[in-house]
Design a protein around this ligand. Sequence first.
Ligand SMILES: [Zn+2]
Length: 468
Amino acid sequence: MRTVIGLEVHAQLLTKTKLFCSCSAEYFGAPPNTHTCPVCLGMPGALPVLNEKAVEYALKAALALHCEIPHRSTFARKNYFYPDLPKGYQISQYDEPLAVRGYLELPTGKRVRIRRVHLEEDAGKLLHTEDGVTLVDLNRAGVPLIEIVTEPDLGSPQEARLYMEELRRVLRYLGVCSGDMEEGSLRCDANISVSLDGELGTKVEIKNMNSFRAIEDALSFEERRQRELLHRGGLLAQETRLWNEKTGQTEPMRSKEESEDYRYFPDPDLVPLEIDDAWREKVKRSLPELPAQKRARWAQEYKLPDYDIAVLTEERPIAEYFEAVVRLYPNPKDVSNWMMSEILRLLKEGQTTEITLKPEHCARVLEMVSVGQINRTVAKDVLEESFKTGKAPDEIVHEKGLLQISDESALAEIMTKVLAENPKAVADFKSGKEAALSFLQGQVMKITGGKADPKKTRELLLQKLREP
Ligand SMILES: [Zn+2]
């Protein structure tokens, strides 16, 4: 039994303008057909001009995927007829793509080979209204995409999902794609074949998967469907199927079009794209540290558990924030704990991705805890206030008088009062109920507004309770 999966991913590049004209590429939410011009509307005589930024972004992605960059690539017309395609063809790359033979390393260490990365323009969008009318919006027509095609190296639906997650991380680290699958900025088609004898089976294509979960679910469904059919002695058709999120099934769409159907031919309006060594090296040098490198370095340098590394390297700004705090307060595990619990919580609550807390303020709070100036409970409040107001932690602590009470005589005085007021708890403790200690400790915290040094409080309480 063998499952073989290959993925074709379309990623929308975050350029300001479209691939072959100067129309804005930010089509999402814009009034229909306002980001258009004779070029992207396919008017006769209008000529395309290649967007250099799009080439640079595509190069970044290709180099991050360890691809070879041929010195020359060409644009081709992919001909088909559909109302969202004003020219009657899509400008893409065919036999001479921008990049070839790369790989993406998954967090498991497995390398998935990349067959090719090429540039192409997106089509428009059709809107089907409730009263059965179909409207055409061409704002998206001509927006730059890269298509990233893997070799059939993925062995399971779970691995396909890991690949997509890692690819998205890489593209977001590079800042070349938003990675938003719901808005369609990152789209994925899959090829899957299942065989019982280990040979390559019949290839079935699946479309319409709009989330990581959908990719895994659709491929799992398809793997099961194909296995059952083969076990019954049935034959698989080479076809394209659509994932239906509601029914949780794939459904046949149309018989697979052969690539010949598109009648590809070189676009006579565009000269070959030449990328010399200097350009390639310049882009290569501009690449940031990528997620896989970062994970490996963090494991070595910070000795953090895999889980912490995975959480904190997921987004580049979070990862960079972590490193900024560690530079000031070199206790990686402590910083990791505070970030994963408090800072990520504050981001989630504020529904923001921007950490408004300055790294030096975060480091200062952690330092105050480590030297016993404030306790952890107070520290959480200080962090939150500094996060929301931008105030320095020292200022907050002094204004509110939050310094920890660890002076023994001051604590002893409070305790005498607490013990006198709670004779039942004292008796309970003396008769062996350990829980009474936590209650008494809670009373001390209450009186001090949470500022008592918890460790000392506990020690002193025990001492007093054991006095004859
Ligand atoms: Zn245009």
